[in-house]
Design a protein around this ligand. Structure first.
Ligand SMILES: Nc1nc2c(c(=O)[nH]1)N[C@H]1C(S)=C(S)[C@@H](COP(=O)(O)O)O[C@H]1N2
Ligand SMILES: [Mo]
Length: 370
């Protein structure tokens, strides 16, 4: 076999090794959300981040889409996605983030999709609570997990596979876990899982299986590639590691002023600048956002919006800054009601998961003019 297809741990970039063509190829397919879209409560169509391990399956609009629920259930179900459209619909506003967000800033850099900080978006997902189907199927008392299979197929570190992930049964039975067929009131776009995906509010993106075709209730923990090999927090390649689950707190700043094309450096003029952004956590509500205009040496509290009845979505925040000519490094950090705060030192692990290091935004304040 081609040596690049063999198994083994993911690679770490050598010190000072630049982004490779392979990472660029991934980055060109899997795009982030432009940070200026943080202005919106709901990320507009096409601006939500996208991550697809293999290819987007080709699905003709309106074509039959069988869905099976089987395994440790008393009454296996075999339905079509259209059977879900006629049931009572539930809508949930969810901020979704890729577990690899922030990976490209880690040192050493785990070689994979090289996200900076933009792998996030917020959408309203409409569908049927998963637990309705599980309850109808009648989960057996010995069930421990539910395995979800997507229709996309590929090979990853030597292992050919369908994209598959599991959830502990208790998570799968949470009322807000949805089999979603709409995003922001329209059918799912192809890249977001048309015609059906799983939505697990509060969890990192890998759990939210797209192009969902099969639901298997199992009595032993699932050991598939995306569960037991990938998406583990590890310091060394041979340890089993801890599973990646819920989203760590993060705040992001809408980059102020205007950008330089090539460097993306921000330019502002002297005087009052409103700093705005969003903050979220999958563990508990965000309770505090702080901003710094001196690269994290001193912090002041931002004002959080009134929590708006969307417990799984980001909150907006605002702060004022008086810009003076020169170069400044803005930083922002979120804390949640579970007592978690974004770190000032990189939380490194081999896969580059859950890196919620504070965002730093260099800003050049011009002399007055033009
Ligand atoms: N079937 C399938 N589902 C998938 C993936 C995939 O490659 N195949 N990628 C996962 C990952 S890693 C993320 S971050 C989210 C991204 O969802 P989005 O593209 O709708 O933002 O989908 C998840 N669900
Ligand atoms: Mo992801």
């Amino acid at each position: 076999m081609d040596p690049r297809l063999v198994s083994g741990p993911a690679r770490l970039a050598a010190p000072a090794e630049g982004i490779t063509m392979e990472e660029l190829a991934l980055a060109a397919r899997n795009h982030g959300m432009p940070l200026e879209a943080l202005r919106e409560d709901l990320t507009p169509p096409g601006l939500h981040y996208v991550l697809v391990h293999y290819d987007i399956p080709w699905v003709r609009p309106g074509a039959p889409w069988p869905l099976t629920v089987h395994g440790r259930v008393r009454r296996p179900l075999s339905i079509d996605v259209a059977d879900l459209y006629v049931r009572h619909a539930t809508t949930c506003r969810v901020t979704m983030e890729c577990a690899g967000n922030g990976r490209a800033r880690l040192e050493p850099r785990p070689v994979s999709q090289p996200w900076l900080v933009e792998a996030v978006g917020t959408a309203e997902w409409t569908g049927v609570p998963l637990r309705e189907l599980l309850t109808e199927a009648g989960v057996e008392p010995d069930a421990v997990e539910v395995v979800f299979t997507g229709a996309d197929h590929g090979i990853e570190r030597g292992e050919e596979q369908d994209y598959q992930r599991s959830l502990p049964l208790a998570e799968a039975m949470r009322p807000e876990v949805l089999l979603a067929y709409e995003m922001n009131g329209a059918p799912l776009p192809p890249q977001h899982g048309y015609p059906l995906r799983l939505v697990v509010p509060g969890w990192y993106g890998m759990a939210q299986v797209k192009w969902l075709s099969d639901i298997n209730v199992v009595d032993t923990p699932f050991t598939g590639f995306q569960q037991a090999v990938a998406y583990r927090i590890r310091q060394t390649p041979d340890e089993p590691g801890q599973p990646v689950t819920t989203i760590e707190p993060r705040a992001l700043l809408i980059p102020p002023g205007f950008p330089d094309f090539m460097t993306r450096t921000r330019l502002v003029r002297p005087g009052q600048v409103t700093l705005e952004g969003r903050a979220w956590s999958g563990h508990a509500p965000v309770t505090r956002v702080e901003v710094s205009a001196d690269d994290g040496r001193s912090w002041t509290d931002a004002v959080l919006d009134a929590a708006g009845g969307h417990p799984w979505a980001w909150r907006s925040w605002e702060a004022r800054w008086t810009a003076t000519p020169g170069t400044h490094v803005l930083a922002v950090r979120a804390s949640d009601a579970a007592g978690r705060t974004q770190p000032l030192q990189q939380p490194w692990n081999r896969g580059g998961f859950a890196n919620n290091l504070v965002q730093r935004v260099p800003v050049v304040c011009l002399e007055d003019g033009p």
